[in-house]
Ligand binder design. Structure first.
Ligand code: AMP
Length: 213
């Protein structure tokens, strides 16, 4: 099973794809966004980066990756949310060795912008168990409105899931992350998965194909 790196605009589905890989194939999940949100609970300057959608500096990010990637043992890993700049991609080459790269795929999740906005507005999560939902995607709707299927807790929104922060995150994706597509294409590591369907089963089938290629 291949290691996975997601290049993906906000709300394109990297969290959902990651959940699938964790549950179905026991992947190790390294999400820089999740780690930063946890740290931001006690670090107000970090919290303001997350609130505005501005990128955190590369050294902080690379240190997080170094610390957490060393704990993945022999399981395949997911890098969710990193690299987001060309500099992060170059520095990642000092952390991931050549042999590991040969068993790694970079997945670009393709979703048009109008759908991303709709998904941001309709995205919720459970503050108790962390499950995520999206009321604009049939297969990700909670069974009871605003309620977690797993533990019955009232669902809430991520504080950066609003249109203002989304715009900043999307602009940063276009400016900083989009150039990485060419970088990984030239290295023959890039695969594209379309995730525009309301039913995500086709996208997950493609994901299976890519990790087993
Ligand atoms: P995410 O959960 O991946 O959407 O990330 C949420 C926020 O965390 C982003 O809007 C950035 O402020 C910050 N962040 C996450 N990953 C990175 C990264 N690789 N480089 C810089 N900032 C990041």
């Amino acid at each position: 099973m291949k290691n996975v790196i997601f290049l993906a605009p906000p709300a394109s589905g990297k969290g959902t794809f990651s959940d699938y890989l964790i549950k179905k194939h026991n992947y190790n999940h390294l999400s820089t966004g999740n780690i930063l949100r946890q740290k931001a609970l006690t670090d107000s300057s970090l919290a303001s980066y997350l609130q505005t959608g501005e990128l955190v500096d590369d050294d902080t990010i690379l240190n997080l990756v170094k610390e957490n990637l060393s704990m993945t043992n022999d399981k395949p890993f997911i890098l969710d949310g990193v690299p987001r700049t060309l500099n992060q991609a170059l520095k990642l080459n000092d952390i991931i060795d050549e042999e590991t790269w040969q068993n790694t795929v970079v997945i670009l999740i393709v979703v048009k912008e109008s759908l991303l906005k709709e998904r941001i507005i309709n995205r919720f999560f459970c503050p108790n168990c962390g499950a995520t939902y999206n009321s604009s995607i049939e297969s990700l709707k909670p069974k009871i409105k605003d309620t977690c299927d797993i533990c019955n807790t009232l669902l809430i929104k991520r504080s950066d899931d609003n249109l203002n922060t989304y715009n900043e995150r999307y602009q940063s994706y276009l400016k900083d992350t989009y150039p990485l597509i060419k970088y990984y294409e030239e290295k023959h590591l890039l695969k594209r998965i379309n995730n525009e369907d309301a039913d995500i089963s086709k996208a997950l089938q493609m994901l299976e194909g890519v990790i087993n290629d």
